[in-house]
Design a protein around this ligand. Structure first.
Ligand code: TZP
Length: 213
């Protein structure tokens, strides 16, 4: 089981949200709509700005119990006291990240190919809590994203091991039945919430879709 509830997982984009204050506002609203976890992602930010942004989101969500995960940067996650970190294939190796964050924090890992999945599943139990699998579709939200894998590959990856998988990349509320059939434990989204006129309503649509029988 994942250490966090990744059923409706918001990944933030500072530009789409209209700046750091917009990120905090979007996160607050999305959480009222039913987001279960938040990842602060800003590959363009300086270390100091990313830490400030993550701290502001942690402060905003302190009373909610919603976990705040930092993308890519183990140092920033540790410095701000985040609930965990999500690393990509070019970031710190998951074993090194786990060594640094300790046994209790959440560790997510992005996988896009069968080879990456195989490597992830060979890690000792308890190293990685959650696999971010995708992109499911091509997406403008990540400029260096791998080629889209589609739903069948998602299903094969979800079935391959015991680490829970969250689907990411171009996913929308209408995809939820397909994502559930594939065995994903949730969907991670940027543009389905960030930059939407009403992030609370957008999150609520995803929440209702995910919770529907
Ligand atoms: N990793 C793989 S695809 C992606 C990330 C961060 C972007 C997802 O954004 P969107 O807007 O939900 O397609």
């Amino acid at each position: 089981m994942s250490r966090i509830d990744a059923s409706v997982y918001l990944v933030t984009d500072t530009v789409l949200c209209g700046g750091p204050a917009g990120v905090v506002d979007t996160v607050r609203r999305a959480v009222t709509g039913g987001v279960s976890a938040v990842q602060i992602r800003d590959p363009l930010a300086s270390t100091r700005d990313l830490a400030a942004l993550a701290t502001a989101v942690l402060d905003a969500l302190r009373e909610t119990g919603i976990p705040v995960i930092v993308n890519d940067r183990v140092d920033v996650a540790l410095a701000v006291g985040a609930h965990g970190v999500h690393v990509g294939q070019r970031d710190l190796h998951p074993l090194a990240a786990r060594r640094l964050i300790g046994p209790a924090a959440h560790l997510g890992l992005s996988v896009s190919t069968e080879a990456e999945l195989r490597d992830a599943l060979m890690l000792p139990d308890g190293t990685v809590d959650l696999l971010g699998v995708g992109p499911i579709r091509d997406t403008p939200s990540k400029t260096d994203a791998a080629p889209a894998i589609g739903f069948d590959a998602l299903a094969a990856m979800c079935a391959a091991g015991s680490v829970p998988c969250v689907a990411i990349g171009g996913v929308k509320a209408a995809d939820i039945p397909e994502l559930r059939r594939a065995g994903a434990v949730g969907l991670a989204v940027i543009s389905a919430i960030c930059g939407q006129a009403d992030p609370a309503a957008a999150a609520a649509t995803l929440r209702r879709g995910w919770d529907a029988p």
